[in-house]
Design a protein around this ligand. Structure first.
Ligand code: ADP
Ligand code: MG
Length: 321
């Protein structure tokens, strides 16, 4: 007993000594590794600094698996995802969901309230009309928009934190987490890497980037802020935060000389028609991702106030089409 205590003490002393001379992190011996995988409809990319390839590959495979598991819960393309089951049954009785889904729903509703409904995950029926318009090159009719509107509105979702249940006010609602789930998934992936002791990491999921500690001997990760043509107009060195970009410049449908973006204005039910690209730097991925989408709808004046309220920084590039 005494001997094992002494051994523990010696080990602790050694750890303390190594830590003070900055050898535990062994920054200089860390190597850069990069892995990619298609997840959540985009190329997920992880850059990580690790002592060797084996540790890096194993940790990253667990991080990718975490993202894949979240996709299983939150996809609106997979008929059996937890989200889709909630949409099918949530109007009948309070529907119990996972911690992950509940957390994302909570954060989404909080942002809906603080953005006066600019961010609204109940826009699924409008998004479905937009997806059809992209194929047929025809805008939805007034009647179709009216029908869809009956299913939209964040006040139609009721959360019960005590029982972790969700109740939907009407049948046939379509919840769409496309504006928030990737940021959350990137946060979760970083947590997995940290559990393996790999905190010097960058996770990129489409336009959403989450950053851990910086690369060895650097102050931060060099992140390019894009101009509206998609070219970096300036670079920032960032750590332990998230950067998300949303906008109307990449995904849109052109009908009658107008562009309608994949981000929907919940007030009109139609895709945004202004050229807008918003980059948000916030404390974590779920905040940056959802804020970037909200700020596209709100525009610069209102958007800046909201970003400030979240302690985030926003870059706007905006003009009417
Ligand atoms: P991307 O998914 O292209 O990175 P965003 O994070 O801005 O871009 O998310 C856009 C997606 O969010 C849309 O494809 C749609 O699924 C969903 N969405 C569209 N309009 C809204 C809105 N007003 N509020 C919340 N989510 C929205
Ligand atoms: Mg977003």
């Amino acid at each position: 007993m005494a001997r094992s205590n002494r051994r523990t003490l010696l080990t602790l002393l050694l750890v303390w000594f190594l830590a003070t001379v900055n050898m535990l992190d062994a920054s200089s011996t860390l190597k850069r590794f990069e892995f990619r995988k298609v997840l959540m409809g985009v190329v997920a990319r992880i850059v990580v600094y690790a002592p060797d390839r084996e540790i890096a590959a194993w940790a990253c495979s667990r991080a990718f698996q975490r993202i894949a598991d979240l996709e299983d819960l939150m996809s609106d393309y997979r008929p059996h995802s937890e989200l889709m089951r909630l949409c099918a049954e949530g109007h009948l009785a309070p529907f119990r969901v996972s911690d992950d889904l509940f957390f994302v729903l909570q954060r989404a509703l909080e942002l809906s309230q603080r953005s006066n409904g600019a961010f609204d995950i109940t826009v699924g029926p409008f998004v479905a009309l937009w997806r059809r318009a992209r194929q047929t090159k025809q805008l939805p009719s007034e009647e179709e928009l009216h029908q869809a509107r009956q299913l939209v509105g964040w006040d139609k979702i009721q959360l019960d934190p005590e029982n972790r249940t969700v109740k939907l006010a009407v049948p046939n609602m379509k919840l769409d987490l496309g504006g928030i789930a990737k940021g959350y998934a990137a946060d979760c992936a970083l947590k997995v890497l940290k559990r393996f002791g790999l905190s010097r990491a960058l996770i990129e999921l489409g336009g959403d980037i989450v950053l851990g500690d910086p690369p060895p001997n650097r102050k931060g990760w060099r992140i390019g802020i894009l101009d509206e043509k998609g070219k970096p107009e300036k670079f920032l060195e960032l750590t332990n935060c998230a950067v998300s970009t949303s906008g109307s410049t990449e995904q849109f449908v052109e009908i009658g000389n107008r562009r309608y973006a994949h981000i929907v204005d919940p007030r009109t039910g139609l895709g945004l028609t202004k050229l807008v690209l918003v980059t948000v730097i916030a404390k974590d991925g779920i905040t940056a991702d959802s804020l970037a989408t909200a700020l596209c709808v709100l525009g610069e004046k209102e958007g800046r106030k909201l970003a400030e309220a979240y302690g985030a920084i926003a870059f706007f590039r905006e003009r009417d089409l």
